[in-house]
Design a protein around this ligand. Structure first.
Ligand SMILES: NC(=O)c1ccc[n+]([C@@H]2O[C@H](COP(=O)([O-])OP(=O)(O)OC[C@H]3O[C@@H](n4cnc5c(N)ncnc54)[C@H](O)[C@@H]3O)[C@@H](O)[C@H]2O)c1
Length: 439
């Protein structure tokens, strides 16, 4: 089976390498020359556990190919996946220009029957709109009867565990409108789900909506817990206990109940905004999701507020260590990360910022430039600091040597954005401690 995946980012590269791992002949396409040239030399453009091994293995085995020239390979393919970005535009809508550009390239060059699959997260109706555009172009090219179909196959992988998620998904959602498309998608996904075939087939509109509804539910759980955590602080309860008590109810479950300093990343913020805006376009108001977004925006300031309260508003001239720049552990992705909101506020308040991250420094540098110091390790970041703030819970931050930190920091306070430390332990060795949702 031969497929192409257009867009070689977090989703496209992981999907391509994983399909190739199952024996599919995959061509990953991107417009970014440097990225494609790098991949052909074995340079993996993103940090994602396990990705490097399977990219190199399948590239060497000639099952995985890279190109910037979609037209030159298009007519060899049975399926073309679209996995380009769908960022927010200035009004909060999903910017579909990248998706539509790919659809237009396909429409101008396709000469054989093809299934086009949207893997990018796209608002309800996009796949149909894309097909209309393709059909118009085919009519112009005097190819009105060429059998081009669309399907929707939203991606649910988590950055940081993307390869494992793709290789062993909870479920695969596929929106199709013909038996042929269903058969092709079944053939492609069967190797991943030999023991328990968990592909849920549905119509295309429902498939597109499933992705947004899933992200909206996860974001809602996070904002809900952040709201509960903020209330816990005010009434003297401990959200860590509350979370355990709630999560052990099987109707609720334990996942995504962790309070923190707000959700970020390349998906939740833009997908929540896009869903709100899709609803507005059909005259419906998503009141709950608007609140989810509002709570999250407030929560992204919570670490700065805790620091401000601790120092009675006198931040100018302080030095603060920030451990963790990526929006979550095990990724180098800093898009919409809580760390960036925090660092911007710190810099505006006249604070000197010393940062460390195990993987995301080069991505963060693209946003923050030379405005902060990028340390070599956690201790280097903490040198001479008046406070330590942890917005991202990388494993290597979990058990630092507090005695060393005591010696090298100028003052001793920890603001723990992910509740990974024990308040009692830190107090016993002379650190002030502020977690989320605790007294
Ligand atoms: N990142 C995630 O964890 C994740 C998870 C599920 C779904 N998604 C969705 O998947 C889509 C892709 O996300 P991502 O994080 O992989 O994006 P990304 O920004 O990492 O990658 C997108 C790639 O598309 C390329 N591109 C843009 N226009 C192109 C064109 N015309 N032809 C070829 N390549 C082109 C870009 O150069 C870039 O390399 C988005 O819709 C996103 O919402 C992302």
């Amino acid at each position: 089976m031969k497929i192409a995946i257009v867009g070689t980012g977090y989703v496209g590269l992981v999907s391509g390498a994983c399909f190739a791992e199952m024996g599919v002949d995959v061509t990953c396409v991107d417009i970014d020359n440097a990225k494609i040239e790098g991949l052909m030399k074995g340079i993996i453009p993103i940090y994602e556990p396990g990705l490097r091994t399977i990219v190199l293995r399948n590239y060497d085995a000639e099952r995985l190919h890279f190109t910037t020239d979609l037209p030159s390979v298009l007519n060899e393919m049975e399926i073309v996946f679209i996995a380009v970005g769908t960022p927010s535009d200035i009004n909060g809508n999903a910017d579909l220009s990248y998706v539509m550009t790919v659809a237009d390239t396909i429409a101008r060059h396709v000469t054989k029957p093809l299934l086009i699959v949207t893997k990018s997260t796209v608002p309800v109706g996009t796949s149909h709109r894309m097909l209309e555009v393709v059909r118009e172009r085919l009519a112009e090219r005097q190819l009105p009867d060429l059998k081009i179909e669309v399907a929707s196959n939203p991606e649910f992988l988590k950055e940081g565990a993307a390869v494992a998620d793709f290789m062993s998904p909870d479920r695969v959602v596929v929106g199709v409108e013909s038996e042929q498309a269903k058969e092709l998608m079944t053939k492609l996904y069967r190797p991943f789900l030999l023991n328990n075939f968990r592909v849920i087939f549905m119509d295309i509109l429902s498939s597109e909506m499933t992705k947004y509804a899933s992200n909206a539910m996860l974001a809602t759980r996070i904002s809900f817990m952040n709201d509960i955590a903020n209330l816990c602080e005010r009434v003297g309860a401990d959200v860590n206990m509350v979370r355990r008590g709630m999560g052990s109810d099987s109707r609720i479950g334990r996942s995504f109940l962790y309070p923190g300093c707000g959700y970020g990343g390349s998906c939740f913020p833009k997908d929540i905004r896009a869903l709100i805006s899709v609803a507005e376009s059909v005259g419906y108001e998503m009141k709950l999701l608007k609140a989810v977004e509002e709570v999250n925006n407030l929560q992204k300031n919570i670490l700065f507020e805790k620091l401000t309260n601790h120092f009675d508003g006198k931040l100018n001239g302080l030095t603060v260590a920030v451990w963790g720049l990526s929006f979550k552990p095990e990724t180098d992705d800093v898009r919409d990360a809580a760390s960036l909101t925090l660092i911007r506020s710190l810099l505006d308040a006249g604070v000197t910022v010393r940062t460390y991250d195990p993987a995301a420094i080069s991505e963060a540098r693209k946003v923050l430039g030379d405005e902060v110091y990028y340390a070599n390790d956690i201790y280097d970041a903490a040198l001479g600091a008046d406070a330590l703030i942890v917005p991202t819970e990388w494993k290597e931050f979990r058990l630092p040597n507090w005695e060393v930190l005591k010696k090298i920091m100028r003052r001793h306070v920890v603001i723990d954005g992910r509740n990974i430390y024990s308040s009692a332990e830190l107090s016993s060795i002379g650190f002030g401690y502020h977690g989320i949702g605790q007294k």
